[in-house]
Ligand binder design. Structure first.
Ligand SMILES: *[C@@H]1O[C@H](CO)[C@@H](O)[C@H](O)[C@H]1NC(C)=O
Ligand SMILES: *[C@@H]1O[C@H](CO)[C@@H](O)[C@H](O)[C@H]1NC(C)=O
Ligand SMILES: *[C@@H]1O[C@H](CO)[C@@H](O)[C@H](O)[C@H]1NC(C)=O
Ligand SMILES: *[C@@H]1O[C@H](CO)[C@@H](O)[C@H](O)[C@H]1NC(C)=O
Ligand SMILES: *[C@@H]1O[C@H](CO)[C@@H](O)[C@H](O)[C@H]1NC(C)=O
Ligand SMILES: *[C@@H]1O[C@H](CO)[C@@H](O)[C@H](O)[C@H]1NC(C)=O
Ligand SMILES: *[C@@H]1O[C@H](CO)[C@@H](O)[C@H](O)[C@H]1NC(C)=O
Ligand SMILES: *[C@@H]1O[C@H](CO)[C@@H](O)[C@H](O)[C@H]1NC(C)=O
Ligand SMILES: *[C@@H]1O[C@H](CO)[C@@H](O)[C@H](O)[C@H]1NC(C)=O
Length: 758
């Protein structure tokens, strides 16, 4: 007996299993996505909905079992996925068909999953649009949110964010694709519909009606379930009626027949209800569903009007169900597509004086219009970019890059349609070339891609006019530094050290106050031509030392050697300002602007020539205050244009070092470009080295000190890239016939020195 029973039970079970297994998953529920959040296994519930694990639809979060048993037996409510209570957002991303209407439903059953008994409060959003605030106030009753939205992209995301209490969590997430146009509204690109009430009146049980009775799996709540302040103030004489006869429900999305087969009637001539509409006052979409399901005699009529306190206009039309629906057992669905409703919504239907029967009501739906937030202007660019990294966690954050909270590695502006202004993807182990999408983010200010394995060339960022900080260091980038980088008007930092870049550093990068670090790229060199101005100035400085004869008696010889600093950065300091402001800018520096007449007076119209070079001739002068000066009159082809000259003046004016001759000022007038230095007595260094002067320097140690001190002076001019360091060191050493090798000096007297000095 017992075994037969078991066998029968087993058979039954087996048959059930077989049926379930035979249901082809996609064909059974086309257009359905049913995610069991936190669930590990796919399963089918009692009404035949196939639930799948949410793991592949969301990035991050942890799963937990509910600790409080709930009345709902369903497996999909036994687990949750929960997220950290931080300022990020956590998104589910589902594939949809663009321009198709969907029902989205999310449920939240707390069940003390975190064993803290703190009822969480957080926000949910549909894409970038705030949808609802989830307020849990009961561990065993799920909070349910439903929305109807027209998809405007190939994916739809639901995001959890802004936890104000507890941790954000979710139990289930469902997507149902609509077929028809019942929920068409005139402004679907600006608003979506959030469900406020969907009620099946006259329901025969407390159970909701949903799938498979409703092919779109809308949940039609029973009007017999009592919720606090919801569906109260029911009028006396309200009776439930039902039929088993078929109801003609013509169009796809009409309420299911089962919903229309029950109704309430107002036997005393009226029906009254009160609904608390969460999130109201707001604009609402509301439709009532009527079907005559009583067999009225020919002399009986049912005519009634809607009554809403304070809204007399709504009472104008008369409903005559049978006439309006063109027959009994047929649907009639009057409604209002845009109605401003209060939080406490009282409504009723009252029969007209010439009607023999009271009003009838089969079903009702009310939705709130929720504004669709325009997402980031850069959303599609960012979506295209992250689609390249389908395996990386950072690329799976989903939703809009900026709203309602930005991706963890993105910062956005706060305008209505935010722009991405900062991207930080440091140390994310990213390979391949730098995604070209980044060059289309025209509002980008900061780009940090350092510490990855990016390879290939640096793309052209010239469309990103606002870029200030570019960090590409510690990658595998090859090719040249694009010259367009130097044209970025706001660039402040360019870090490309430790890559495999080659070629020459574009001249344009030295023009402004750009902090440039390009060390560790063995094949990347300073552009010879581009650097020439700077080199020339260095030559001026060195020339000043060498030719004007620096006061090296006490000056060089008493100075002590100090440990050399090896800063690997070139700071070419001159603010990027408009031309007009350069004069005032320079004036605030220590460089003085001399008038040409002042210079002409001092030099007696360039009378005494004391030196010359490829870039100009040096004249002796004496200012009105008695100071002696060396005046360098630059040949015109050395400095083209006012801007470059002033750039160099600004640069020189910032060079202050005890080992360098002081730059006093400049003059630029009548096409003459003039640099003014302090005049050094005692002849030239060359003379001292070669023995023309009395204080001939013969000691190699002294010569070495001079070389080092000159290089130090140059270094302090913030020209401290190791490459430049060596370059200038070599430059200085050339004068002194000393070979510079980083920290070591190797004297090579036989190479350049005349024999008599060996
Ligand atoms: C989706 O449809 C809208 C409206 O036609 C269109 O503007 C948009 O470009 C489409 N998006 C995609 C990704 O196809
Ligand atoms: C986050 O939630 C708090 C409290 O619920 C609310 O005041 C605030 O406006 C929310 N912030 C955002 C960005 O939605
Ligand atoms: C959607 O519409 C198509 C044809 O228009 C129909 O075959 C299909 O059954 C409909 N789906 C649902 C769920 O009603
Ligand atoms: C329906 O639910 C109410 C509470 O909401 C309860 O009082 C009533 O007993 C339930 N009826 C049935 C048939 O379960
Ligand atoms: C309709 O007619 C029936 C008799 O055929 C009568 O009993 C009933 O009272 C009438 N109803 C009304 C509203 O006149
Ligand atoms: C509803 O009407 C109000 C004003 O009457 C208007 O501001 C709003 O845009 C309308 N909403 C929709 C969805 O048409
Ligand atoms: C219906 O009758 C009531 C009183 O019996 C009256 O106040 C009301 O104006 C009447 N309505 C119509 C539409 O005639
Ligand atoms: C980096 O990526 C490679 C594959 O591209 C992978 O094998 C490696 O484990 C990753 N390293 C880290 C630290 O994620
Ligand atoms: C420049 O890069 C090198 C190599 O990474 C580093 O050692 C140096 O500190 C950097 N300089 C600055 C100022 O960041």
């Amino acid at each position: 007996m017992a075994s037969a029973f078991t066998a029968a039970a087993f058979l039954l079970h087996f048959q059930l299993l077989l049926i379930l297994v035979l249901l082809p998953p996609s064909a059974a529920q086309p257009g359905f996505i049913s995610l069991d959040c936190g669930g590990a296994r796919d399963h089918t519930d009692a009404i035949g909905i196939q639930w799948t694990s949410d793991a592949t639809f969301v990035s991050g979060g942890q799963t937990a079992q509910l600790l409080v048993q709930n009345g709902l037996q369903s497996q999909q409510f036994a687990t949750v996925r929960y997220f950290p209570a931080d300022n990020r957002k956590y998104c589910y991303t589902m594939n949809v068909r663009n321009r198709t209407r969907y029902l989205v439903r999310a449920t939240f059953l707390y069940g003390n999953f975190d064993n803290s008994n703190v009822y969480p409060k957080f926000d949910i959003s549909l894409g970038a649009s705030p949808w609802s605030t989830i307020v849990v106030d009961d561990a065993t009753t799920p909070v349910v949110e439903e929305a109807i939205i027209l998809a405007a992209a190939p994916t739809l995301s639901v995001c959890l964010s802004n936890a104000s209490t507890g941790q954000p969590f979710i139990s289930t997430l469902e997507l149902r694709q609509f077929n028809g146009s019942l929920y068409y509204t005139t402004d679907e690109t600006r608003f979506f519909l959030a469900l406020s009430a969907r009620i099946n009146f006259g329901a025969e049980s407390n159970d909701s009606i949903r799938y498979p009775d409703d092919p779109f799996d809308r949940i039609w709540e029973s009007d017999s379930v009592r919720r606090a302040n919801y569906l109260v103030d029911v009028a006396p004489g309200t009776a439930r009626i039902s039929t088993t006869k078929p109801i003609f429900v013509s169009i796809n999305e009409e309420p299911p027949e089962k919903v229309m087969q029950t109704a309430v009637v107002g036997q005393d001539g009226y029906l009254n209800y009160r609904l608390d509409l969460e999130g109201f006052p707001a604009n609402a979409w509301g439709v009532s569903y009527f079907a005559e399901i009583e067999d009225l005699a020919p002399n009986e009529t049912r005519k009634f009007k809607l009554e809403v306190p304070g809204m007399p206009a709504l009472s104008k039309p008369t409903v005559d169900v049978e006439e309006n629906a063109q027959g009994k057992y047929r649907l009639y669905e009057p409604g209002y597509t845009n109605l401003s409703l209060p939080f406490v919504f009282s409504f009723g239907f009252r029969k007209t004086n010439d009607s023999s029967e009271g009003p009838i009501l089969n079903a009702l739906e009310i939705y709130k219009y929720v504004q669709i937030t325009m997402g980031s202007q850069d959303a599609s660019i960012m979506a295209s970019m992250v689609s390249r990294y389908s395996q990386a966690g950072w690329a799976q954050e989903g939703g809009d890059p900026c709203l309602p909270a930005s991706w963890s590695w993105v910062q956005c502006s706060s305008e209505d349609a935010p722009r991405v202004f900062s991207i930080t993807l440091s140390g994310k182990n990213i390979t391949g070339s730098i995604p070209v999408e980044l060059t289309k983010l025209s509002a980008l200010v900061e780009l940090r891609l350092d510490g990855n394995s990016f390879s290939g060339q640096i793309p052209d960022f010239s469309a990103c006019h606002n870029l200030q900080y570019i960090h590409l260091e510690n990658n595998q980038l090859t090719g040249e530094l694009p010259p367009s980088l130097g044209d970025l008007p706001n660039l402040k930092e360019l870090y490309v050290q430790n890559n495999k870049l080659s070629g020459q550093v574009p001249k344009s990068l030295f023009k402004r106050s750009i902090i440039l670090n390009f060390s560790g790229n063995s094949d990347l060199h300073i552009v010879n031509k581009g650097i020439s101005h700077t080199i020339l100035i260095i030559c001026v400085v060195i020339g000043a030392i060498v030719l004007l004869g620096a006061a090296f008696g006490c000056y060089f010889f008493t100075c002590r050697r100090k440990k050399k600093s090896h800063e690997d950065t070139v700071v070419i300091a001159a603010p990027a300002k408009k031309l007009g402001s350069y004069f005032s800018e320079v004036a605030t520096e220590s460089a003085h602007r001399f008038s040409l007449s002042e210079i002409e007076d001092a030099t007696a119209k360039f009378e005494r020539r004391i030196g010359s070079g490829g870039f100009g001739i040096v004249y002796y002068g004496k200012l009105a205050d008695g100071r002696e000066i060396a005046v360098k009159l630059l040949t015109n082809d050395s400095y083209q244009g006012i801007r470059e000259f002033l750039n160099e003046v600004t640069l020189l004016s910032r060079i202050h070092h005890r080992h360098l001759v002081t730059f006093l000022g400049y003059s630029q007038q009548d096409g003459k470009n003039i640099l003014v230095y302090e005049f050094m007595h005692n002849g030239t260094l060359k003379e001292h080295l070669r023995g023309a002067s009395e204080e001939k320097i013969t000691s190699w140690l002294k010569r070495l000190e001079i070389a080092e001190d000159a290089a130090k002076g140059l270094c302090s001019a913030s020209l401290a890239n190791p490459y430049l360091y060596i370059e200038y060191g070599q430059l200085a050493a050339t004068f002194l016939n000393v070979k510079w090798q980083k920290n070591r000096y190797r004297v090579s007297p036989h190479r350049m020195l005349p024999n008599n000095h060996s």
